[in-house]
Ligand binder design. Sequence first.
Ligand SMILES: *Cc1c(COP(=O)(O)O)cnc(C)c1O
Length: 404
Amino acid sequence: MTHENLLSLVEKYESPLYVYDAEKIISQYNKLQSAFETVNKLKINYACKALSNLSILKLFNSLGAGLDTVSVQEVQLGLKAGFDPSDIIFTPNGVSLGEIEQATELGVQINIDNISILEQFGQKHPEVPVCIRMNPHIMAGGNTKISVGHIDSKFGISIHQLPLIHRVVENTGMRITGVHMHTGSDIYDIDAFLRATEILFNVAMTFKDLEYIDFGSGFKVPYKEGDIETDIVELGEKVSKRFNEFCGEFGRELTLMFEPGKFLVSEAGQFLVQVNVVKQTTSTVFAGVDSGLNHLIRPMFYDAYHQIENISNPLGKKRFYTVVGYICETDTFGANRQISEIKEGDILSFKNAGAYCFSMASNYNSRYRPAEVIFYKGKDYLVRERETIEDLLMRQTNATLELE
Ligand SMILES: *Cc1c(COP(=O)(O)O)cnc(C)c1O
């Protein structure tokens, strides 16, 4: 997408605006698929919590992807987008037995991540095949907010509890068709990842009904120049080779699954905002934009870095700016960034706005959530309208208290 493309989309749909480049999504999907091309049965399940717009889901369905879901509502969105239930896996954490049963009724594959629910589910529905989420206790990333494989993580069943799992499986007569791990949101160490796969292979070896092994996600994408990214080609070669060997040891061909979110959609997205005010204090120049933590919370929530570009003046002289939102709370998108000279009215673009941006947006300060557009080969598709006051009032009953 060129700056001209983006500026004309803002003219057409106004700011703030989320724009997703479908070509980038497709190329990321193809890149991942070809990295594992030596594996006969490969299934890439898009983790739709990253970006759950129906048209994005339909795009993944037409690419042949499956869907990774974490709530029964995401399952419903997936079905609405046309996914076959057998192409959807439900990988929740800490949900009720009832919600898992609802997902089962919808016909999707379920993944259970604690022994208590495994036992209850197995007693009631021994005929339903189940995948088990294991915790291999490998730290794949440094940030504990987004690293979910370490010893004190709430995710998965500890590998040390494998004997207990087997007792539950034997007592209930349930069938374990998949084993799963999701070590964290950032794999930058391929050897650490390979160690985790070995642990999962050891677990897999003990389940005779196994059909698939799901290695989760954690593919790291660059957010700024010089960032380390997961070397997908090297990872693909090493994991594929080892997976194919393992299938030989297991005695049957299994399906290799991954469930990336960020890798598939992060870089495809840009979030476009307009500068309302440029304010000089004694030490800082603030650029205040028509958005805030209500639309893009990652910088404030995770200290995430999103590159910011002034697309109205891309060749202008670089100056230092602190880009802030309009929410009545500190909501700094980026402090002391070098950005081409900003005038009021300019359009700024936040990069890597495809994953965990719109899907984490809220109506805080009673603001509308932005519109979303997909751009594909010169054509734009409005896939969500900007909200209106009707949306804010939609579920409110406007009840009046009888005051005494
Ligand atoms: C969030 C999540 C993913 C996707 O993680 P990314 O870092 O976006 O690739 C995959 N699997 C599970 C179980 C998740 O919760």
